[in-house]
Design a protein around this ligand. Structure first.
Ligand code: NAP
Length: 348
């Protein structure tokens, strides 16, 4: 449904105490598992957002009933003519996502992205573009699904000096390892993950470790304020042979993404498999679960866990980023934020 903000004015707080009188106009890029889930929520009445457009590969395709009148485009530049305040990037392609994000930010349009491949390795640059154009770049849904991993790392950084991060970041791989521990063969476990909507029809990015590589790189930026070269992250793929060896050897095996920073500042990151029988925090993470533990130099630990894949948790995370943007940045149809978003604390 394409809702007209002129017709449906609602009041919501912009965080400064002053009510904003227009709803944020939101465009959704990708109407697949995640994007359609977000669009269906955004199309509902009486919420502080107005769904104004969507970007898809094939605008002629039949969509869900409540999205029938939604204006759909295949060209990002044309979609941006709808003047969204925020674009939700739920595209499956990193390249298409990066092009969209750059085009939107250049026009001062804020971004909520679930597309880790679009931002991994480019966060410093994209944040700079966002700041220069008074826009917000938010990406909580790109890491951890429904688990607030970006926020947890930000909190650890606000409160001290993060030294070590360990995390289960790929729900599909964790689902496969859990299913095999319970007796499924490798192929059957992959199929179950696909049937449940966690693994894509082509699960290469999950199994190769590329998905976890992109996510750990994003967390590296959050923890230390600068990125690590993606090629410098050592990654072990999950093959049938490797997964079978875990079953044969016994114990609880997890794909763990780890980052450590030495006192001299050098950062090392890797995605490998580890036996976690002696680690109650990671041992209990089953199925598509994700979990994160940040250890600060003063010995304090910050943790979070949750469903790392699937429509509902990821859409929940999209809405939590939209709420932050709504608080910081009322609709551009009314006013432009005068304060730097970085000064407001959003990026810290
Ligand atoms: N699935 C999850 O559990 C999950 C969890 C967290 C994050 N993510 C991330 O969220 C993003 C979306 O994942 P998904 O599972 O929703 O993907 P998906 O179901 O494969 O998304 C397909 C949608 O994207 C559109 N599309 C594909 N390529 C496009 C292009 N070049 N230009 C415009 N539209 C294009 C398709 O258009 P048509 O409909 O016209 O074909 C379709 O609507 C990915 O980056 C993924 O990594 C997924």
């Amino acid at each position: 449904m394409c809702l007209d903000v002129e017709d449906k004015e609602l009041s919501f707080s912009n965080g400064s105490g002053a009510p904003a009188s227009r709803r944020l106009r939101v465009a959704v890029a990708g109407l697949g598992v995640i994007g359609e889930g977000a669009a269906l929520e955004l199309a509902k009445e009486d919420i502080p957002y107005a769904l104004c457009a969507a970007l898809v590969r094939d605008p002629a395709k039949t969509r869900a009933v409540s999205l029938k009148t939604l204006r759909t485009y295949s060209d990002p530049a044309v979609m941006l003519v709808e003047h969204p305040d925020v674009v939700v990037d739920a595209l499956p392609s990193g390249e298409a996502g990066r092009r969209l994000i750059e085009a939107a930010l250049a026009q001062g349009v804020s971004i909520v992205t679930a597309n880790k491949q679009a931002i991994a390795g480019a966060l410093a640059l994209l944040h700079k573009h966002a700041e220069q154009n008074h826009a917000v770049l938010a990406y909580s849904p790109s890491v951890g699904g429904g688990a607030p991993m970006v926020e947890t790392v930000q909190r650890a950084r606000e409160q001290g000096d993060p030294r070590e991060i360990a995390a289960i970041l790929n729900g599909t791989v964790n689902f496969i390892l859990s299913a095999m521990k319970n007796g499924a063969a490798f192929g059957e476990a992959v199929k179950r993950a696909q049937d449940a909507g966690f693994a894509e029809p082509d699960p290469t990015a999950d199994l190769s470790g590329e998905d976890a590589r992109a996510k750990i790189s994003i967390l590296t930026y959050e923890a230390f304020g600068h990125e690590i070269d993606l090629d410098a992250i050592q990654v072990e793929p999950l093959t049938a042979e490797r997964a079978n060896s875990f079953v044969k050897g016994g114990g609880v095996w997890k794909q763990l993404a780890q980052i450590s920073r030495r006192p001299d500042g050098e950062i090392a990151a890797r995605v490998t498999f580890a036996r976690v029988d002696d680690d109650p925090f990671f041992r209990k993470v089953e199925k598509e679960g994700n979990a994160l533990r940040v250890a600060n130099a003063d010995g304090r630990a910050f943790t979070c866990e949750g469903k790392g894949a699937g429509r509902a948790p990821t859409v929940g995370s999209i809405f939590s980023d939209l709420e932050k943007i709504a608080r910081l940045k009322p609709s551009r149809n009314i006013e432009r934020p005068e304060n730097s978003l970085r000064r407001s604390g959003f990026f810290n």
